[in-house]
Design a protein. Structure first.
Length: 371
């Protein structure tokens, strides 16, 4: 069965996400605002879940339509062949959001969609009531400008939850965003990567798993693995394929520094859980005391800033220090994320490239400096 899948992602990362899906061999990949679509079967669904570094989750896009009344919403949802995915005893919770639409009550939309799904299943299974004791099929809806998307989530926990970060320091960067920074920095299997303010190590771990070709979802489970409609072997087959692509015979190495000893201990633990502790070393050091080594190295970092950890004045002073330490030099690359619009002025030079995105709810830019 060929389906359309939807992979929501952080705004600004759509192109990166789409390129990754094309590289994975997925069909009819197209990027839209805040999401990437592709077509495929359950094997493609498993491959995307296991390998996606930048997407937030993988959903089946069941239908999209315009609706301005509850009746329209009910009839279109009811027309979906829900029995293809939901068994007689399976749970089918509903959640979603509405924006700039006639239908703006999320609780009311939940009730309408729930009733429409139940009516559809009742006709198929000849039941008037469902126990919903089985594995959940999370139904999600998104209504924007009267345009309704009806989706079925296959991931469960968000894809940024790789399984290695049980602990994190204050204000950690999301794994999907850290992975995108590593991609934008051009991290390769022969690179030496430094994060001078590494916190709990997320950027370095994502850079290492990318360089070693360790699939981000290799060591976690997904909601669709419990679905009776999904063939038994698809996830294990895709895991085995992902394992076969791991390349530990490379020269990648990384170093992480931070002034917080507790954060460094967390970083070490996270790197061990991610299976990359052998290529990353952590040490306590202030960015003001850092001297970069001679030769090639790639610096990727998420410095503390005014709305996050430091007061604005301290953050601005830190940017000036970074500009003094991270000098233009052959073989050096710097990739830095911050919400501060004056960063380049404080850092002391213009970036070669910039990309607008979000770090949580903060509008940010990723600044890329090439020597």
């Amino acid at each position: 069965m060929t389906m359309t899948f939807c992979a929501p992602c952080i705004f600004g990362l759509e192109g990166i996400c789409a390129n990754e899906f094309r590289f994975l061999g997925l069909e009819n990949v197209r990027a839209e605002n805040g999401r990437v679509l592709f077509d495929g079967d359950f094997s493609d669904m498993a491959r995307a879940n296991i390998n996606a570094r930048y997407a937030e989750r993988i959903q089946i896009l069941l239908d999209e339509f315009r609706a301005t009344t509850f009746e329209q919403l009910f009839e279109r949802v009811k027309a979906i062949n829900w029995a293809d995915f939901i068994g007689m005893s399976d749970a089918f919770p509903v959640k979603g959001s509405c924006l700039n639409s006639k239908l703006m009550s999320v609780p009311d939309c939940q009730k309408i969609i729930k009733k429409a799904v139940a009516d559809s299943l009742s006709k198929r299974y000849m039941l008037s009531w469902f126990e919903e004791t089985g594995a959940p099929r999370q139904i999600q809806f998104l209504i924007i400008n009267d345009r309704v998307s009806i989706l079925l989530d296959t991931s469960g926990a968000g894809l940024h939850k790789r399984g290695y970060r049980a602990q994190a320091n204050e204000a950690p960067i999301k794994e999907t965003l850290a992975a995108a920074m590593a991609e934008l920095a051009g991290v390769r299997p022969n690179h030496f990567v430094i994060d001078p303010m590494c916190g709990s190590g997320t950027i370095l771990i994502e850079a290492a798993t990318k360089a070693l070709r360790i699939a981000p979802g290799l060591n976690r489970y997904f909601a669709a693995e419990l679905w009776s409609c999904v063939p038994d072997n698809v996830f294990e087959a895709e895991r085995e394929l992902a394992r076969s692509k791991i390349n530990r015979d490379c020269s990648f190495r990384a170093e992480g520094y931070d002034i917080d000893a507790e954060a460094l201990e967390i970083a070490k633990s996270n790197a061990e859980k991610a299976g990359v502790a052998d290529v990353i070393s952590f040490s306590r050091r202030d960015v003001r005391d850092i001297t970069l080594p001679d030769g090639y190295c790639t610096v990727i970092t998420n410095p503390p800033y005014g709305e996050r950890l430091l007061d604005l004045r301290a953050a601005e002073e830190l940017y000036k220090v970074m500009g003094e330490r991270f000098i233009p030099e052959s073989g050096k690359r710097y990739t830095i994320i911050t919400p501060d619009d004056d960063f380049e002025k404080l850092f002391g030079r213009k970036a070669d490239k910039r990309r607008k995105t979000y770090n949580g709810t903060l509008k940010c830019q990723i600044y890329m400096f090439r020597s």
